[in-house]
Design a protein around this ligand. Structure first.
Ligand SMILES: [Zn+2]
Length: 682
């Protein structure tokens, strides 16, 4: 079934719960560089990326943003696509899991598993992590998720289950027989250990929300987001379609050659996905390659730390090539790497501006000046050991670069290419072509031709090899070399000495103007501005600044677990004494009445019995809770809060809620045991 002349590579499909940031860019750039190179190696290449758009988190984020899930996913998916287009990512297809072609394919896969007896109906009751969309081993409402630490929710559901437990031996056998299936080795070992420790059946449907793909013939259930998402690698190339053209495409490209992923989703790709495929009797992908995390100045980028870097900042200052080069050169693929503006600018200046940029501009401008813009004829009688050494290094560079890049050692491959750049820049300095040009004799003329031919040929080789990594600049250097369209180059036959004598150069321009200190400052300012804008726009209701009647339309809430906005700002040492804590009167209350507030779609008005009295409390939880389901529920109330007015209604107290996920979805605090109304918490 496999077609050796093809190459199919995928990025993970990105979850549209958040906007694209530099971590997404890293994975995508790696795949793009690999895809571009495989095309230049003559392979029939297919490069897939896309967006993962279903699940409860999306449903809730959309509610928090005050729009429909459809509007929400359209917007974020559009941002991903626009960024990839701007970065000249050469994806062949962009799949969205809300497309009919995907939904049909996922249902086909579900039925295939069902027909083969791997899916059965059962029931589950326990803790669920909305953030991970996973049932987890945790006890009690609000108990932290063992995966991510966020509070879990208690659910009781009838679900469809996948017989993952039956797949243990087959998976272990597969890993053993295919040592390259999971890379790098560390990830492979983790996966094998995980499977050896025993697998439990996996719930593959949900009834607690609607934003998903319905289970065939049982539309009360939607299909588990990970089963939905993973199937994209096949549905995008035609799985589930009856159309002969789609089937032809599926046969042509499946199994995928590389699923490129971040290490945090190894289990889904290396355990669940192959288990589904084995059970469905479908061929498995050839390799799953997990890269490390991209840290910002050594710490993990996260919304809560506020240190997420957006690619646009680098694109607006140094350009796409600078970012692509940095990511592939600076980070040892497979390990965690660190991003910083200082390191980016340092790399840019040393390798691109002073390295390749300098080699290109001095070589090309001297050919323009001394040889009227035509590649000169090197003299065979005038070859020195220095010329020979560069030619030899050029040949060696081609061989080493191919071997290293082919092994996903991008950093080493680029190091290899830049060793040639450095050697040629040194060669030019030592051979002083500008001085040779001063001497007006026949021998000197031949010597000058040899030096410049050697430099230009080395430049051509580096340019061709690194085109997949820095496509823009190399395309421009290629044109300046008078060689036309760089995408047409066949890298398989690249060798020293192919630069045609007499080639007429194109117009010459600098490709990498040097960056200075102000570039770093500009990038930092842009990031701060973007962070501030995003905060303004994307704050969940529970974290919005206090609204008053003077600001109609502002989503406001008193349901947040965060301190009341009117509280004094925390000082540097924010630990408080027990006395401070005891000032807050927390009580168990029971909701007696709950109703929506007219004209405020996020607010609920509630009457809460706190034992001594019934209080009116207004909270911004309407998007997360149906009012009728809240009646009778026991909640935790901050009872001694100063009353305030929301939409003209007096709110007398605050309901305590967890702020869940990146969007701060409110989840009400509660008790596992039965507690009397009015009980004090301390
Ligand atoms: Zn979790």
């Amino acid at each position: 079934m496999d077609n050796p002349g093809k190459f199919y590579i995928t990025t993970p499909i990105y979850y549209v719960n958040a906007r694209p940031h530099i971590g997404h860019t890293y994975t995508t750039v790696v795949c793009d560089a690999v895809a571009r190179r495989q095309r230049m190696m003559g392979l029939d290449t297919w490069f897939l990326t896309g967006t993962d758009e279903h699940g409860q988190k999306i449903e809730r984020s959309a509610a928090a943003a005050g729009c429909s899930p459809r509007e929400f996913v359209d917007k974020i998916a559009g941002e991903f696509r626009a960024l990839w287009d701007r970065m000249k990512i050469t994806y062949d297809d962009f799949i969205r899991t809300t497309e009919p072609r995907h939904m049909r394919g996922v249902q086909a896969l579900f039925m295939r598993l069902q027909e083969r007896g791997y899916i059965y109906k059962g029931s589950y009751s326990g803790q669920y992590c909305v953030f991970d969309e996973l049932y987890v081993d945790a006890v009690g409402p609000g108990a932290p998720c063992p995966e991510c630490g966020r509070p879990t929710e208690t659910v009781h559901e009838e679900n469809y289950f996948f017989k993952l437990s039956a797949m243990e031996d087959r998976l272990l056998k597969y890993y053993a027989e295919h040592p390259d299936f999971i890379r790098p080795e560390t990830r492979r070992n983790e996966v094998v250990a995980f499977v050896r420790s025993g697998l439990r059946d996996l719930s593959v449907s949900r009834t607690s929300f609607k934003w998903g793909i319905p289970v065939p013939n049982d539309p009360q259930h939607v299909i588990y987001v990970w089963l939905d998402a993973l199937a994209n690698y096949m549905t995008a190339i035609g799985f589930g379609s009856e159309n002969p053209k789609d089937q032809e495409k599926l046969h042509r490209y499946w199994p995928a050659d590389v699923h490129m992923i971040g290490k945090e989703i190894v289990r889904f790709h290396c355990v669940y996905w192959p288990a589904f495929l084995l059970a469905a009797d479908l061929p498995l992908p050839k390799s799953i390659i997990a890269h490390g995390w991209l840290l910002f100045e050594e710490s993990k980028m996260s919304k809560s730390r506020g240190n997420i870097v957006r690619s646009e900042t680098v694109l607006d200052t140094l350009g796409g090539d600078a970012l692509r080069y940095f990511l592939l050169r600076e980070i040892v693929f497979g390990q965690d790497g660190s991003f910083s503006f200082d390191a980016l600018v340092a790399r840019f200046n040393s390798d691109l501006a002073n390295g390749l940029g300098n080699l290109a501009s001095r070589t090309l401008s001297m050919i323009a000046r001394y040889f009227d813009g035509e590649v000169p004829y090197p003299s065979p009688s005038e070859r020195t050991p220095a010329d020979e050494a560069i030619a030899k290094l050029g040949e060696q560079t081609i061989a080493d670069f191919h071997a290293q890049f082919g092994q996903f050692q991008f950093s080493r491959a680029l190091e290899t290419a830049w060793a040639l750049v450095a050697a040629v820049n040194k060669y030019i300095v030592e051979n002083e072509p500008w001085a040779v040009a001063e001497r007006d004799d026949q021998d000197s003329r031949a010597r000058l031709a040899t030096i410049l031919y050697t430099s230009a040929e080395a430049l051509r080789i580096v340019t061709a090899l690194t085109h997949p990594v820095i496509p823009d600049a190399t395309a421009r250097i290629w044109t300046q070399l008078g060689l036309g369209e760089i995408g047409q180059v066949d890298l398989r036959s690249l060798a020293w000495g192919q630069l045609q004598l007499g080639t007429k150069l194109g117009p010459i321009e600098a490709v990498f103007p040097r960056a200075d200190k102000s570039t770093i400052e500009r990038m930092q300012q842009m990031e701060q501005q973007r962070a501030a804008d995003a905060k303004q726009e994307a704050l969940p209701p529970s974290a919005q600044p206090a609204g008053t009647d003077a600001q109609p339309g502002q989503p406001v809430t008193q349901a947040a677990a965060s301190p009341s906005p009117s509280a004094p700002a925390p000082v540097a040492d924010s630990k408080i004494t027990i006395d401070d804590f005891l000032k807050v009167e927390l009580r168990v209350g029971e909701i007696k009445v709950a109703e929506k507030v007219k004209g405020a779609d996020k607010l609920l008005r509630m009457e809460v019995d706190i034992g001594t009295e019934v209080r009116q409390i207004v909270a911004g939880i309407a998007k997360a809770y149906e009012p009728e389901k809240l009646v009778g529920r026991k909640v935790v109330i901050v009872a001694n809060l100063q009353p305030r007015k929301l939409r003209g209604l007096e709110s007398n107290g605050m309901i305590v809620a967890a702020s869940l996920g990146d969007d701060g979805q409110p989840v009400l605090a509660g008790f596992l045991e039965d507690v009397p109304v009015g009980a004090k918490l301390k």
